[in-house]
Design a protein around this ligand. Structure first.
Ligand code: NAD
Length: 506
């Protein structure tokens, strides 16, 4: 991908493509209209590295226009809407996405290369559902009221009310683009805020397309804005350092979240950070073996391992270790790597050549460190132009310990290190011995042990005998370096509203 230099040096890809080139133009969406940027950058297909879109990059001027539009919209018809009116708009947004399901699906699949079977079951339906679920939350949530005595005997009443925080900057990753974006835009709008979204440079299309749905659903201009570009020296930095942004919500790498938190410190603005993980699966010998294998295969390889909640460390109790590794190996080898439209495809490519280079560097590191490569470890043979795509093999290692970088650092690829353990106490200590604390999956049929281990693991989300089973009313977020704050259900209101106390002396 061609990038702008931080100093604003010109791009190579300034030419607007010919209409018959098959290359899409993806524009910024500001104040209800589509705008070019100062430069264009290329978006390439993960399947074969061909250019599929030219994306308008927002400079400081476009970001400023978007923030000003968002600020103005707070004072306009959007700010005057009642909660039931906003709820109707959010329902219309969900319906609007579902009405254009195929367009969203095509855009998401083109940007990510993920299987249609996955995107049509998870990304797009959940992307739409996020608007409905948060509409229902704001419709039903109560606030508190306290009566208090006063010395004169007349008393006072305190009641709390929620108000929007203002303009919310929303910075998104590429792995589940529409789903993770609407996970933040849904509650932000439900609470009466306006947003400026910075999608990942790798996945600009669905955020841009959502602008059309916003207009069709009657969302007032300026409520939803999209600025495209990169992080440092580009739209990401311009947005997060803009003084008109009142709060910043981010999903992405821990390193990026740290930079954003520093930017947010200027003006003491609140942040919600959903960041990286190095998630452990813990498989006890008394587990339902088939269920544990099926769940672990999904948690390691779904979306080509590019799921923040995915498993990269698998601890297996020693009596079933060999059998478990063998079953995992045959499951991984049965995964069909292929094109998104092929119904038998179990795994697509990684998002980009750049990310593939990172993942393959870990494949090499594991081999150099002496890991046993149970399966994979390289690049699959792909026919024709797919040869140039970002494909890697699903990979399983054994033979390395907790101190190796393979057990400590987030790789974000379809790979896992499997390690044996001998006792519950030992595995809890080892699973917790990590800087991250996002999610874990515990596999056991011992009820007491399930509760004990789930309670002892230092994570935001602990699954027992499942993985990725999500009730959207529950708190979602990470412990330790995996995040700050919780989103989901009423928990999202803590970030997207100011809770105000009104004290009335009677
Ligand atoms: P990333 O941090 O590289 O980029 C995320 C977004 O931040 C992009 O839009 C990028 O342009 C922008 N950005 C980068 N530098 C910036 C800066 N200095 N200022 C402002 N914006 C900046 O992450 P990614 O590679 O897109 O996504 C993968 C990562 O996301 C993984 O670490 C994964 O674990 C994490 N993730 C976490 C969750 C969660 O819920 N905890 C969910 C999905 C992904």
């Amino acid at each position: 991908m061609l990038k702008t230099e931080p100093n604003g040096a010109p791009h190579l890809a300034t030419d607007v493509p010919a209409p018959d080139s098959g290359i899409r133009l993806v524009r910024n969406f500001i104040d209800g209209e589509y705008h070019d940027g100062q430069l264009w950058f290329e978006k390439r297909s993960p399947l074969n590295n061909a250019v599929i879109a030219r994306v308008a990059e927002a400079g400081r001027a476009e970001v400023d226009a978007a923030v000003r539009a968002a600020k103005a919209a707070l004072k306009g018809p959007w700010g005057a809407m009642t909660v039931p009116q906003r709820v109707d708009v959010l329902y219309a947004l969900a319906d609007g996405i579902n009405r254009r399901f195929d367009d969203f699906l095509a855009a998401e699949v083109a940007d990510t290369g993920k299987p249609v079977s996955l995107a049509s079951h998870i990304d797009i339906p959940r992307g739409a559902a996020n608007f409905k679920i948060f509409a229902d939350v704001v419709k039903n949530v109560p606030t508190e009221c306290f009566e208090m005595p006063t010395p004169d005997g007349s008393g006072a009443i305190n009641y709390a009310m929620r108000r929007p925080v203002g303009v919310v900057g929303v910075v998104c990753p590429w792995n589940l683009p529409l789903l993770l974006m609407s996970w933040k835009v849904g509650p932000a709008l439900a609470c009466g805020n306006t947003v400026v979204v910075k999608p990942s440079e790798e996945t600009p299309q669905t955020a841009a397309l959502l602008g059309e749905v916003m207009n069709a659903a009657g969302v007032p201009r300026g409520v939803y804005n999209v600025v495209h570009g990169f992080g440092p020296g580009s739209a990401g930095e311009f947005l997060t350092t803009h003084p008109g942004v009142n709060a910043i919500t981010f999903t992405g790498e821990t390193r990026t979240g740290t930079a954003i938190m520093k930017a947010a410190a200027e003006g003491a603005r609140p942040v919600s950070l959903e960041m990286g993980g190095k998630n452990a699966a813990i498989v006890f010998a008394d587990c339902d073996f088939e269920a544990a294998i099926e769940g672990t295969l999904r948690s390691c390889f779904a979306n080509s391992g590019q799921v923040c909640l995915g498993t990269e460390r698998v601890y297996v109790e020693r009596p079933i270790f060999e059998r478990f590794v063998a079953a995992l190996k045959s499951g991984a080898e049965a995964l069909r790597i292929g094109l998104p439209q092929d119904a038998s495809t179990g795994m697509g490519p990684l998002i980009s050549q750049e990310h593939r280079t990172k993942v393959l560097s870990y494949y090499k590191k594991a081999a150099d460190l002496g890991a046993t490569v149970v399966t994979g470890g390289g690049v699959p043979e792909m026919p024709g132009d797919l040869h140039a795509g970002a494909w890697v093999q699903p990979t399983i290692w054994t033979g390395l310990g907790d101190d190796s970088p393979i057990a400590r650092e987030e790789i974000f690829g379809p790979c896992a290190l499997v390690m044996p353990f001998d006792s519950e106490e030992e595995v809890i200590r080892r699973a917790n011995d990590n800087d991250y604390g996002l999610a874990t999956a515990v596999w056991t049929t011992n009820l007491s042990r399930a509760h004990r281990v789930a309670a002892a693991i230092e994570v935001g989300i602990a699954w027992v005998n499942s993985w990725f089973l999500r009730d959207l009313r529950t708190p979602f977020g990470g412990a330790k370096q995996s995040g700050i704050g919780r989103e989901g259900g009423v928990h999202s209101l803590e970030f997207y509203t100011e809770l105000k106390n009104v004290c009335v002396k009677l």
